[in-house]
Design a protein around this ligand. Structure first.
Ligand SMILES: [Fe+2]
Ligand SMILES: [Fe+2]
Length: 206
């Protein structure tokens, strides 16, 4: 009897299960996967690492399934206590993924824990900096902000590709290039035309 499980099917099933009532987070993970594959490719990683990072990206927000719906689906700004609960999706995600005993899900657990760390040390939950942050989490951090900027929210419109890229590369009052690994930012900048195609399809006339 064949007993081995295909890791891509397991990851897809976990994502569907965790986000059964939260289509936006499910779709967010699905959109992030090819973007992170692309960034990992541009960073020169090997084929297995590229695919592994894609799985990490698909599952990075899995901890959100532990949040109360009043926080997860709140249309307006979060109160300080609600924000604190939201930040806990990192450690919750780590807790959900860490015990499968599969190296790719161990990697996904670490990425879930650290994808809101910042390269300059100003992120959460641990405030670690630089290459102490696992590479999948450093890659996800850039793709995560891009996807958030491209997405409409009750309190903000979606930005177009050019505006989202410029904001990530130049910063504003919330986002700063110092938050990101410079090597991942360079991969993002050079890969931006291909990322635009993932979101917008081929340019008209192209
Ligand atoms: Fe997150
Ligand atoms: Fe995310």
């Amino acid at each position: 009897m064949e007993r081995s499980l295909d890791i891509f099917s397991v990851a897809a099933g976990l994502a569907r299960l965790a986000h059964a009532n939260d289509g936006e987070t499910y779709d967010h993970g699905c959109r992030m996967r090819p973007v992170c594959n692309l960034l990992a490719t541009r960073l020169g990683l090997d084929g297995e690492a590229i695919e592994r990072i894609g799985v990490c990206a698909q599952l990075h927000d899995i901890g959100k399934c532990t949040l109360p719906e009043t926080v997860l689906f709140k249309p307006g700004r979060l109160t300080p206590d609600e924000y604190r609960q939201m930040t806990e999706h990192t450690s919750s995600g780590h807790g959900l993924l860490r015990d499968f005993g599969h190296p790719w899900l161990d990697c996904a657990a670490d990425a879930a824990l650290h994808h809101h760390e910042r390269f300059d040390g100003g992120g959460y939950p641990h405030g670690i900096a630089g290459v102490a942050i696992p590479l999948p989490a450093r890659i996800i951090a850039v793709a995560d902000v891009y996807d958030a900027l491209r997405s409409e929210r009750p309190y903000k419109p979606a930005l177009d590709h050019e505006k989202a890229v410029n904001l990530i590369l130049r910063g504003d009052d919330r986002t700063n290039p110092s938050h990101f690994d410079p090597a991942v930012l360079a991969a993002f900048q050079h890969g931006a035309p291909a990322i635009r195609q993932l979101y917008d399809g081929p340019a008209v006339g192209a």
